[in-house]
Design a protein around this ligand. Sequence first.
Ligand SMILES: Nc1ncnc2c1ncn2[C@@H]1O[C@H](COP(=O)(O)OP(=O)(O)OP(=O)(O)O)[C@@H](O)[C@H]1O
Length: 600
Amino acid sequence: MSKPQYDAPKNLKKTSRRLLKLLMQQKSRFSLIIISAFLFSITMAIAPLFLGWGLDNVIALISQKNWQINDLIQALKLPLIFLVMSWLFISGFSLLQEFTMASVSETLTLALRKEITAKFNRLPIRFFDQYQTGDVLSRTILDLDKVSEVLQVGLMQLIVAILSIISGIIVMLYLSPLLTLAIIGILLVSVFATKYLSQKNLIYFTDNQVTLGNVTSRAEELYSANLLIKSYNQKETVTTEMEALSEAQFKAFRKAQFLSYAINPFIRFINQIGFVLSAVFGGFMILNGQLSIGLIQAYLQYVNQISEPITQASYITNTLQSALASLERIFEILDYPEEIEIDSPQVVPEKIDGHVVFENLSFGYTPKKLLMENINITVKPQQKVAIVGPTGAGKTTLINLLMRFYPLNQGTIYLDGQDMTSYQAADIRKRFGMVLQDTWLFEGTIAENIGYGNPQATPKDIIQAARAAQCDHFIRTLPDGYDTKIGGETDLSQGQQQLLTIARAILANPTILILDEATSSVDTRTELMIQQAMNELTKNRTSFVIAHRLSTIKNADLILVMKDGTIIEQGSHDELLAQPSFYANLYQSQFQGSDTGVLG
Ligand SMILES: Nc1ncnc2c1ncn2[C@@H]1O[C@H](COP(=O)(O)OP(=O)(O)OP(=O)(O)O)[C@@H](O)[C@H]1O
């Protein structure tokens, strides 16, 4: 897994604008939040005045000598009613805005998640070459989670904090401008302290995320390569490595936690200094008759009420920034250039003969370096093409180009005389079937796995395909037959898995078939069964086989011999052997006298 980057966003303005645009898609709910937060802050700003009013009424009453309990009730009645009402409003608004914000954030996250999923289907293979699986997962899971969490909590807090600060300061300025300016001065110190500490904290948290990422990806490797580790006796090395990574993660976590717990008490201490100073100055003002006791008590409540949001706001802006950086990483995937399709594609004809022509084809994975140049191949309908050549020769690349996984630098591939790019890639790919060495079976029943490429297939069709692929017999010996679940208790051998994928391809009934013969050795009987199944599969359709077995190569109508990215020879087995050739050399060195040699 590549290291996650939880740094500041590269383009703060642009990303914030884009986020706002996304939020504006839920305009009514977002407006409700703003209105509710506004009313919440106003009520918060007014509430202390009611308490002050009540307190002043009580002080005025007890300074008279003859007062009755009824007088006290009268003095407190109205202020208390207003106070209770304001607290009810505050709770109501708080509930409303938090609930609505959670729903806005979840809707936005769901929309992003759906957009990413849809995007994956449109991304070119080049994207998957460029980004590692771990990186993509961390963007689509961790980053998205972070955005959702920060939006839900952080954004709401920020909106409320800003509005509370503004409304609080307005009332404070009204009560005592001089004292308010002094308080703001002290609070600014705590703002800068918070900003500084939370930035440091973010760095520690980033470290924590990175070290956690390292531990996770190493653990992932350990599980998947467990067999390899055991067979190479690497247990100790791996354990030491894992311990070192876990140790580093522990240290980073401790640092991050310590600072995050230390920030609040420290900031609260500075704020308390502001509170004490206001109390002292307030005392003088009461003595000088400038303010009543009730109003000073209200004023002190304001100091508390704005100091918390002020420090909170400076803390949240950092968290928001890191969420914006996460969002940027998600946008990077969403903005990745998609497979280029022509504007008005041709409809793929119902019947395709499978006549394939590569004409003057050139291709390179990077624009600067060409791997293949001037490739010309003609394959007649229902021919079997064997592609052979040493490792890295370009066999897979040729198949990738046929499947339109990469755009050509030059040249054209024709299918039944029609330029393949005149069809939509997804439409034309439906006519191709692929059976690769890495058999892909998903968690589900055997029947579901075979029926994957043909949703309309009946159980009878599935059994028929399994028979043709020589796997009906072994499926019936399994505890639940075709309903046996793969991935649980049932472990299938490599050969059995290969047979199932062949059955799947037979059922999908593609016009053109791509086969990557397994190089791994299976027992002779299974090998024979696979061979028979493959023969069944390639019958009556054009097929391209990355061939490793001599029997396949000998039976092929056309052999393409590849070396260093190019086709150096082509012809039938007999044609190629009839003259001195690279193929003849390969054949003599690897196959003569044996029928089971492996080529490529
Ligand atoms: N996605 C890629 N990006 C860049 N270069 C690549 C990519 N895939 C393959 N190559 C390079 O292209 C060349 C041909 O690779 P290719 O996989 O087609 O060979 P191959 O004949 O199928 O090999 P093998 O028999 O080992 O599978 C190699 O030099 C390889 O390093």
